[in-house]
Design a protein around this ligand. Structure first.
Ligand code: 8YV
Length: 321
C-alpha cells in the first residue's frame, strides 16, 4: 500500500521526523529564511494526508476544502488562530496544537521581558557596548522594581498560571482577568480576580496572555491605554493583533504608560521602520516565547506524534476541540 504523504512547512531536524518517515512519505519546505507561499502550500496540501504547520501558515477554508486526502493539521504552536478550525471540522480534518510542553518556557520569557522592560536591560547593554559608560551617576538607567508591585494577568490559562507561580516568588501581588474564575490560581498563587477595567486601571504590570479571537482583536486600544497608570508597563506575549499598535505607540509617546515589552506584533516579522521600534521604552523580541531548544524540540515531537496518531487511526494526542 502506498504510504500517506505528509507535508512539513518549515525545516525541522531529520531526527525529529524519523518516526513519521516509518509510516509516511514526507516532504519539507527547504527554505529557512522564508515561509512557504500560500499557493504552494495549497498545492502540497491537495496531495497530503497530514500537514505539520506553523503560525505563519494560513490554513483557511479554501485550502482545507481543496485537500481531499487531508486528515490532520498539526500546528507546532499552542495557538491556532492561523487555522479555520470550523472549516476543518466540517471537512473531518483533525486540528492539533502543542499545549503544555511550552508553558514553562513561555512563562520564563514573559519574566525576562518584564524584567528587561522594567530595568531597562537592553538600553543599559547598548549603553555599555557603545562606550557611553564613562561615569556613574545615582540615577543612571534607573528603572522600576517588580517586588510588591501589582501584576495583572489578562488570560489565566496554563501560561498565565505559570507566570503567576513565578510572580509569587518575585513577591508581587497577583491579579487576573479571565472569561471564567480560576480557582486553582486563586488558591495556589493567591491571585485575585478583577474585572478587565479594574485590572488595567490599578495594576503596575499588565500582561496580555489572551488568545486572538474575534472578541479579543484590538482589546488593548486607546481607551484602555488611557485608563492605565502612567507608570504601567505593558507586556504582550500572546498575539500582536490583540493590541492596537498605533494606540500603543501614542500611549508610549504621550507618557500615558511607562513602557512596553513585546514578543509579538500584528505583522511578523516587524519592519525596522515600525514606529514602535523607534522608542527607547519598548523592548521588542522576534516571537521567541517558546524558543528554548528543549521546548521547540518537544513541540516538534508532539506535532509529529499528533500526525502519527491520526494517520494510524487513533485520536490525536492534543486535539483542538
Ligand atoms: C510558537 C506561539 O512556538 O505556541 C504559540 O502559540 O506563539 C509560539 O510559541 C511559535 O510561534 C511557532 O509556531
Amino acid at each position: 500500500m502506498e504510504k500517506p504523504f505528509v507535508y512539513i512547512t518549515r525545516k525541522l531536524p531529520e531526527e525529529l521526523l524519523e518516526p513519521l518517515k516509518q509510516v509516511a512519505t514526507i516532504e519539507m519546505w527547504p527554505h529557512d529564511d522564508q515561509p512557504i507561499p500560500y499557493d504552494k502550500l495549497k498545492e502540497k496540501a491537495k496531495k497530503a494526508s497530514g500537514l505539520l504547520t506553523m503560525l505563519s501558515d494560513q490554513i483557511d477554508a479554501s485550502l482545507l476544502e481543496a485537500s481531499p486526502h487531508l486528515k490532520v493539521v498539526a500546528n507546532m504552536a499552542v495557538g491556532y488562530d492561523n487555522i479555520d478550525v470550523a472549516a476543518a471540522k466540517k471537512n473531518d480534518i483533525t486540528v492539533c496544537n502543542t499545549p503544555d510542553v511550552l508553558t514553562n518556557s513561555t512563562a520564563e520569557l514573559t519574566f525576562a521581558l518584564m524584567l528587561a522592560t522594567a530595568r531597562r536591560i537592553c538600553e543599559a547593554e547598548q549603553y555599555v557596548k557603545e562606550g557611553k559608560w564613562i561615569n556613574w551617576s545615582p540615577f543612571l538607567l534607573a528603572g522600576q522594581d517588580l517586588f510588591r508591585k501589582k501584576l495583572g494577568i489578562v488570560g489565566m490559562g496554563r501560561i498565565g498560571q505559570a507566570v503567576a507561580k513565578r510572580a509569587k516568588g518575585f513577591d508581587m501581588d497577583i491579579y487576573y482577568h479571565n472569561r471564567s474564575r480560576n480557582e486553582h490560581a486563586e488558591a495556589e498563587y493567591g491571585a485575585t480576580y478583577l474585572s478587565f477595567h479594574d485590572l488595567i486601571s490599578s495594576c503596575d504590570y499588565i500582561i496580555c496572555l489572551t488568545p486572538l479571537t474575534s472578541e479579543t482583536v484590538k482589546l488593548f486600544n486607546a481607551t484602555v491605554f488611557k485608563e492605565m497608570k502612567d507608570t504601567a508597563i505593558f507586556i504582550n506575549v500572546s498575539r500582536g493583533a490583540v493590541v492596537d499598535e498605533a494606540a500603543l505607540y501614542e500611549a508610549l509617546v504621550n507618557k500615558e504608560i511607562a513602557g512596553a515589552g513585546l514578543d509579538v506584533f500584528e505583522k511578523e516579522p516587524i519592519q525596522t521602520t515600525h514606529p514602535l521600534l523607534s522608542l527607547k521604552n519598548v523592548v521588542a523580541l522576534p516571537h521567541i516565547g517558546s524558543a528554548s531548544v528543549a521546548t521547540r524540540w518537544k513541540m516538534g515531537e508532539l506535532a509529529v506524534e499528533n500526525i502519527l496518531a491520526v494517520l494510524q487511526g487513533s485520536k490525536g494526542k492534543t486535539i483542538v476541540e
